[in-house]
Design a protein around this ligand. Structure first.
Ligand SMILES: O=C(O)CCC(=O)C(=O)O
Length: 270
């Protein structure tokens, strides 16, 4: 799928690009089935809301060797509609997956994500440059009441701000300090709510400030995130690296594109 010059310019300027209807309803149904299956597993790749709560984030589904492995997710990261997009915004052919995640944000129990830049954590994985992008795909309708994403358009241009380790929600991560966030919202705001339908997608830069709220609704809000890095930007060796399901190690095997129908074939429905 080719992006137009105007779409590329919008991504560079705003730090994100919305792509309505990227996946069709059949593909969304296959992925929903896989997310549902994996959410029943007890595995370290499945992080919950508290010790016994519903899953908040599920990692490693695109990996062949993971406890959470899913053939459909292995196909998803290589489709022309996903990989080609990442190659275009990163202006690089050889890419690998830093990680994938399915964020489930369960009805009532699904918790917020504080304002952060993904590169705040990924830089600490040993990755030297912010040559990274994420493709988020909605598997459910996302709205303000069920905790859709919020972006601060243009906030990526200043690069990474020193991050603080935030333990206020079930998934601990490096967040932007509150004072800095307030200042940037005043300067770049207002934040934009990424309201979406199942199958809609958005590409976003790893330095874009983003956050999301608690799910106050009666329905879950499932979203899939595919995080691409360039092979040339592979992480440096660091002491005590995070596990490979969150700090990918496949930089020596650039992703090869596959047929656009591969997701349905992987699911055995084609
Ligand atoms: O799924 C969400 O609501 C936010 C997730 C997020 O910001 C992240 O995974 O970095």
């Amino acid at each position: 799928m080719r992006l137009t010059p105007a779409q590329l310019a919008a991504y560079d300027r705003d730090g994100f690009l919305e792509l309505p209807g990227l996946l069709d309803p059949g593909e969304v149904a296959v992925l929903r089935g896989e997310v549902d299956r994996v959410s029943q597993l007890q595995a370290e790749e499945v992080k919950r809301e508290g010790a016994d709560g519903p899953p908040k984030i599920m990692l490693g589904m695109h990996l062949a060797e993971s406890a959470t492995a899913s053939a459909a997710m292995q196909a998803l990261v290589r489709l022309p509609r996903t990989l080609d997009l990442a190659q275009q915004v990163l202006r690089e052919t050889d890419l690998y997956i830093h990680h994938t995640k399915c964020n489930l944000k369960a009805s009532i129990e699904g918790s917020a994500w504080p304002w952060h830049q993904d590169y705040g954590s990924w830089q600490l994985d040993g990755i030297r440059r912010p040559d990274m992008t994420t493709l988020m795909i909605s598997l459910d309708p996302a709205a303000e009441i069920n905790g859709c994403l919020y972006f601060l358009p243009g906030s990526h241009v200043e690069g990474r701000h020193d991050a603080v380790f935030d333990t206020s929600t079930a998934y601990h991560l490096y967040a932007v300090p509150h004072e800095v966030t307030r200042e940037r919202i005043r300067r770049y705001g207002p934040p934009v709510a990424i309201v979406s339908r199942p199958g809609d997608a958005v590409l976003f830069d790893c330095n874009l400030l983003h956050a999301s709220g608690h799910n106050l609704s009666a329905d879950d809000r499932w979203q899939v995130y595919l995080c691409y890095n360039t092979c040339a930007n592979r992480p440096e060796a660091i002491p005590n690296p995070r596990p490979a399901y969150v700090r990918g190690t496949d930089w020596h095997r650039p992703l090869q594109g596959i047929n656009d129908t591969a997701l349905m074939r992987a699911a055995g429905t084609d």
